[in-house]
Every structure is written in C-alpha cells, then in structure tokens.
Design a protein around this ligand. Structure first.
Ligand SMILES: [Zn+2]
Length: 287
C-alpha cells in the first residue's frame, strides 16, 4: 500500500493505537491475573476452613467413638460380671449347704436330712466285709485316692463307719457307749453323729485295732492321716484338747482340699474357724 512507513502520514495514529491496545491488554491481563490469584487464595482459604471443620468433626467423632467404646467396655464388663455371678450362684445352688456347716451344741443337722447321692464303699476298704457302708458319691473319689496312696505306703487303714442315717445313729449310740464309756454328754454325742449323717465323714480303724477305737491314736495309720489326709480334703473334726467334743482320732470329715490344706498349714481346727470364713470354701469343695 505504501512503500515507506516513515512516510506514512497516519503513522502516529497507528503507533498510538498499538500503544493503547497493548496497554489495555496488559491492564486487563493484570486485572484478570489479580482476580484469578484472589480467587485461588480465597478458594484455598475456603478449603482450609473446610478441612479444619472436617478435622474438628473427626476429633468430635473420635471422642464420641471412644466414649461409646468405653460404654461398651463397661457394659461388657458388667455383663461378664453378671454371667460370672450367675455361674457362681448356679454352682452354689447345686452344692449342699450342709457340707461345711459346723454342728455345735446349738445347731444340729435336721433329722430328715439325707445326702443327695450316696454310693457304696467297696468291700476291700471295709473293716467288716459283711456290712454295707455308704458315702456321699462326690466324696468317694477323694476317699479312694487317700486309701490307694495309704496302701502304696504300706499303711493299713480300714473303714469301720461312714454314712449313718438319723435312725441308725440313735441305735448305734448305745453300742458306742460300751466302747468309749459315758464321757461325753448327750449334746456333744449328737454333734459327732451329725457329721456321719452328712455322708462325708469316715471312722477309720486298722485291721488289728477294729472297734477298739481308743487304740487308733497309737497306730501308723493315724499318724499317716495326720500328715496326709488334708491332701485328699479330709480333716480331723475333734482333735485332742478341742473345746467342742471328746478326742476322736478315728473320725475324719471331708471339707474339700482347699480348706483342709489351709487348716493343716495354719494348724487350725475346723471348729475353731469362723463359719463365714468356712463358707467361702463351699463353692470349691469338690475342686
Ligand atoms: Zn465318727
């Protein structure tokens, strides 16, 4: 169109237009840039706020969860405790409460009491082979272990009396008086018989000693029982110089291994121990 721009008469205007367009372009670009930056900054802040809020929510939720977990744990423990208690109660309900009762001059075993389950003692263990003797079925395994170990140690022990019903006791009382004399009063005599009515009590003798019980305290059998009977849950109810009844070295009562061990270790007598302390052993009497 034109040969030389220098000569072009409208060149000032064209340059002016170029400068104007350029500066407008920069201006708009700058404005746009600033808008975008502002937006990003704003968006970032918004996002940060959202994250912060979410984090707070998470913390709150975590705390709630923790609380719930704790509640559940407490609840679980309570249920566990209840289940445990029910188990203990169930076990206690099934255990004969009389088995660890002390029969004192004021507390007698009811005359109608009969053990739930009785079993015959094998003839081999009896002093008199033609007499049928019974024992609480749950106590028998402990008695048998005792007799087996005694035999292994060449200790001669025979059973001369075990479970006796209330009626049998009354009949036997006169017979026993012939052997021991009349040293004990009626009350204390009844007390000793009560333990036999439980079905957990044994009168031991030896093949030689037989019914002359007075001699039993001098036998190897008696000495062995003093050292070992507790391992099988048996204790001497009426030791020498006890305050409750005449000395009966032949008369052994089953009270369970834990209680028998404690009495042996503490050199205590069953009848000297507090009944409430004794009752704690009832639940484990056959363990
Ligand atoms: Zn007896």
């Amino acid at each position: 169109m034109f040969k030389n721009f220098k000569d072009y008469k409208y060149k000032k205007y064209i340059i002016g237009v170029i400068i104007l367009v350029t500066s407008l372009g920069f201006g708009y670009g700058g404005y746009f840039y600033s808008l975008t930056t502002k937006g990003i900054v704003q968006n970032t802040k918004d996002l940060e706020n959202i994250i912060l809020r979410l984090e707070n929510k998470n913390i709150i939720l975590a705390k709630k969860l923790q609380k719930e977990k704790h509640k559940n744990e407490v609840f679980g423990n309570q249920i566990g405790k209840i289940v445990g208690t029910v188990g203990i109660l169930d076990k206690l309900v099934k255990i004969d409460k009389e088995l660890l009762q002390k029969y004192s001059k004021v507390y007698f075993l009811n005359e109608n009491y009969v053990p739930k389950e009785l079993t015959n003692i094998p003839i081999d263990y009896l002093y008199e082979k033609d007499r049928k003797l019974e024992i609480n079925a749950k106590v028998f395994p402990y008695l048998q272990s005792l007799l087996v170990v005694a035999k292994e140690n060449n200790i001669d022990l025979k059973i001369i009396s075990a479970y006796r019903s209330f009626g049998e006791q009354t009949v036997l009382k006169s017979g026993y008086k012939v052997v021991y004399g009349n040293g004990s009063n009626k009350f204390s005599a009844d007390q000793g018989y009560s333990e036999h009515q439980l079905g957990t009590t044994i009168d031991f003798t030896t093949s030689k000693t037989g019914a002359t019980f007075g001699k039993f305290k001098n036998t190897k059998g008696f000495n062995w029982l003093k050292e070992n009977a507790y391992k099988y849950g048996f204790i001497l109810s009426y030791p020498n110089n006890n305050a409750y009844y005449q000395y009966e070295p032949w008369h052994w009562r089953f009270v369970g291994k834990s209680l028998a061990r404690r009495l042996h270790e503490e050199k205590q007598y069953f009848y000297d121990m507090n009944q409430r302390t004794i009752d704690n052993y009832l639940i484990n009497i056959f363990d």
